[in-house]
Design a protein around this ligand. Sequence first.
Ligand code: NAD
Ligand code: UDX
Length: 463
Amino acid sequence: MTIKNICCIGAGYVGGPTMAVIAQKCPHIKVTVVDVNEHRINAWNSANVEDLPIYEPGLAEVVQEARGRNLFFSTNVDQAIDEAEMIFISVNTPTKTYGAGKGMAADLKYIELCARQIAKVAKSDKIVVEKSTLPVRTASAIKEILTNTGNGVRYQILSNPEFLAEGTAVADLFHPDRVLIGGDTTSDGQKAVQALVEIYANWVPTEKILTTNLWSSELSKLTANAFLAQRVSSINALSELCEKTGADVNEVAQAIGLDSRIGPKFLKASVGFGGSCFQKDILNLVYIAKSYGLEEVASYWEQVIIMNDHQKRRFAKNIISTLYNTVASKKIAFLGWAFKKDTNDTRESAAIYVADDLLNEQAAIAVYDPKVKVQQMYADLDYLESRTAVDNQKLLTAYPNPYDACQGAHAIAVLTEWDEFKSYDWQKIYEGMLKPAFVFDGRNVLDQKALEQIGFVYKAIGK
Ligand code: NAD
Ligand code: UDX
């Protein structure tokens, strides 16, 4: 079966870039990305590619090439479902905020809505692909909804989790370490798997396309994120010990990373991992383990989150205690608000939690981030409900450049590792600050010696 028409439900950080790349690499396939969020769809269609809803290096060029040729963004979900032979579900699966599993389980209401809408609209056989990250065995629930509420058409469900990381999404999609496709072991299931393999084979070497059963594929996604996050929490745990003992966490990371069994990646000590995936997916894994009565498995993975929360909190505490145990009315400049460099995404960014702790102490926070808008910063803080929206606006100000953000500040906290931070005129920044001028480097990105020579008191995670 050769696919000519694809629909993707969900035009977010995954659906948008993933489908843009499929469309660019497969000009013979029509790809329509649909979303209920009209504002987002309009932004994907904006004439100026600078106004796309997502910032990712290289994305604008891909969208520009394929959009209007075989890539379309629309709010007409029903029409796109009807026309497609293959439907990707790429909607959000956040942590539940209510009911059973609150704070842990994945909220599958958007997934179920998609399944019901597909069932209602479809008049011909469809392959439904889980692109969202889902708990193991979700495919069986989707299948049940589709077959029990549908119009008698046949469905094949595939699991095709996405491994792209934000900030490098386009490069990751162009050159994935692997593409994972899980499907039914029946002959029809395998035909559906092959149809998806054929799409990726347009640009991904076939030896990198891995096919498994559905449950292995679903569980591998949660497992991959848990392993990656666990490495960050492991090095972060050691960073605290380094600070007490005189060991340097960067040197320790380098020394262990050269062991080919360990490897160098994901060993960068930080103020804590953020992003929409790690915490949500580990909490989900913990919940699944608990629901099978596997208490030891659950508490093993839960520690990764506990360590991460501790890391964020102790960074804020360290700022407060260093600034003579009071930050009330003191200006503290934040360099970076995004959860990592090269993205405008702020979901679960460590900056939000560090800011929250400092604002509870009535600090005045001055933020500069090259890609995050001030409305987003306020929305992030308001969501925590620690203070009123009015107070958040009073206490936090965003600046269009780092020099103004740091002017008159007592301290700078580096929360994101944007490359441009390294090339600032640090002498000029120092001159504008109150003395002693502190830098708390939550990402270990600045040049300690150079800053100390200028006169800064420099403190970094794990040093
Ligand atoms: P997102 O919030 O950016 O996008 C999801 C979109 O789905 C939203 O625009 C929303 O309006 C839309 N939507 C929700 N319900 C809908 C419905 N019924 N009909 C039409 N549109 C609907 O989320 P995201 O970051 O793209 O993540 C999507 C999934 O991919 C999640 O399961 C996530 O865990 C997974 N994932 C994310 C990343 C990442 O880096 N962000 C990486 C890998 C996997
Ligand atoms: C992650 C997974 O990497 C990706 O495969 C999955 O599809 C989605 O979740 P993402 O959250 O976009 O991707 O970014 P990632 O590069 O994994 O970084 C996550 C967080 O960990 C960031 O806050 C980052 O700063 C932090 N991190 C990463 C560290 O603190 N140290 C490291 O060594 C690596």
